[in-house]
Design a protein around this ligand. Structure first.
Ligand code: NAD
Ligand code: MG
Length: 382
């Protein structure tokens, strides 16, 4: 198996990736985190990588000091992330949260490394740049996001038959069935209670607003070359059917499993092989029921805005993504209300300057403009 470079090793996906590495003695050449030096040090001592990278340079001195009795090289910043992503003949697992994962992903691809991608904001913000780089380098981009892993798995063995539809499932989050009036007063603590998945804070809020499904729709457009109207979003409350594809003849192939990210993570590492996995096996007879429904896009306006953004194209998906990142940060700091997140995302789509074919530099300016738009909207601009 390939040696791996794990970006974002201290997060929810990062820790579960290390569980899979532990179970199969997979060699880890580099680990990285944004700030949590204590856990990063612990992981470095257990997995003995050649490199660790701390993205926030303020913590470099502390980490360097902590690992001074080892031969592990300590790097910092986006430059450090790009350097380890380009180590030859490795698979890069990108478990960073947010658009911060885009540049390291491009670095990995350009160096000829396959990428196992959890970091959906990378594809949402820079889809065309990433897909173009993948084609040029001839590398594999393997999804970790459970729905996209499911679609990827359903397409194995399809040969030249293209899907006629992608059925992207959604849990509906903690507020499924609620009205806008009921959502007006929800707290951060309520939004952080996801019914099925235990995840990082940002994606948990995205699941509550349904922005996560909007981001995933855009992710599916780029990963599978689908047009937005070929993707149907179906609420599957139990998170057992992770997604499905429909073919021309009406056959629907779905992937089912317990709600445990270690399965899609491991498949991205072992693909195309399948081996024993630490995730709990599914027992169909223990399931009481599987239910299906439609998402309510009037109440959950983030989803509607994300759809409009991918239809608009250019830098619009990047703008809604970055506005969402900024709004979620403010919500987690108790500075704005739950429904303000949707207003921020819709507002950024209307107000951030449109660029039809953005370069990387223009995507970075779009990020800045979207963040400034959100801070100003809620009276927090510097
Ligand atoms: P998390 O917040 O738990 O972990 C994020 C990791 O990224 C941490 O190691 C953190 O230190 C690092 N990081 C944060 N900001 C950074 C920056 N600016 N530069 C470099 N590193 C930075 O997040 P998570 O829940 O593990 O999610 C990671 C990604 O995977 C997200 O894109 C999320 O949407 C996606 N995803 C997560 C799950 C899940 O179950 N957690 C499922 C599907 C997809
Ligand atoms: Mg998902």
């Amino acid at each position: 198996m390939d040696k791996i470079i794990l970006l974002g090793s201290t997060g929810s996906i990062g820790k579960q990736t290390l569980d899979v590495c532990r179970a199969h003695n997979i060699e880890v050449r580099a680990l990285s985190a944004n700030s949590g030096v204590e856990l990063l040090e612990q992981q470095a001592r257990e997995f003995s990588p050649e490199y660790v990278v701390i993205a926030d340079e303020d913590f470099y001195g502390d980490l360097k000091q902590r690992l001074s009795d080892t031969s592990i090289k300590v790097l910092a910043g986006e430059k450090g992330l790009c350097e380890v992503s380009a180590l030859p003949k490795c698979k890069v697992v990108n478990a960073i949260v947010g658009m911060a994962g885009l540049v390291p992903t491009l670095s990995a691809i350009k160096a000829g490394n396959d990428v196992a991608l959890a970091n959906k904001e990378t594809l949402v913000s820079g889809g065309p740049l990433v897909i173009d780089a993948v084609k040029r380098a001839g590398v594999k981009l393997i999804p970790i996001d459970s729905e996209h892993s499911a679609i990827f798995q359903c397409l194995q063995g399809a040969g030249d038959n293209r899907f006629s539809k992608i059925i992207l499932t959604a849990s509906g989050g903690p507020f499924f069935g609620k009205t806008r009036l009921e959502l007006a007063a929800v707290t951060k603590e309520q939004a952080l209670e996801h019914p099925n998945w235990d995840m990082g804070e940002k994606i948990t809020i995205d699941s509550a607003t349904l922005m996560n499904k909007g981001l995933e729709l855009i992710e599916a457009v780029w990963l599978f070359g689908a047009s937005p109207d070929e993707i149907e979003i179906v609420v599957q409350r139990q998170s057992i059917i992770h997604s499905a594809v429909e073919f021309e003849d009406g056959a629907v192939i779905a992937q089912l499993g317990s709600a445990d990210m270690r399965l899609p993570i491991q498949y991205a590492l072992t693909y195309p092989e399948r081996i024993e996995c630490p995730a709990k096996k599914l027992s169909l007879t223990e399931l009481e029921q599987l239910t299906f429904g439609k998402p309510d896009e009037d109440t959950f306006e983030c989803l509607a805005a994300a759809k409009r953004a991918i239809v608009k194209g250019g830098n619009a998906p990047c703008a809604v993504n970055c506005a969402n990142e900024a709004a979620v940060r403010l919500f987690l700091e108790n500075k704005i209300r739950f429904l303000d997140i949707g207003d921020a995302v819709s507002g950024a789509l209307e107000n951030v300057k449109f660029i039809a074919k953005p370069t990387l530099y223009e995507l970075k300016s779009t990020k800045k403009a979207s963040e400034e738009f959100v801070l100003k909207k809620f009276g927090y601009s510097k």
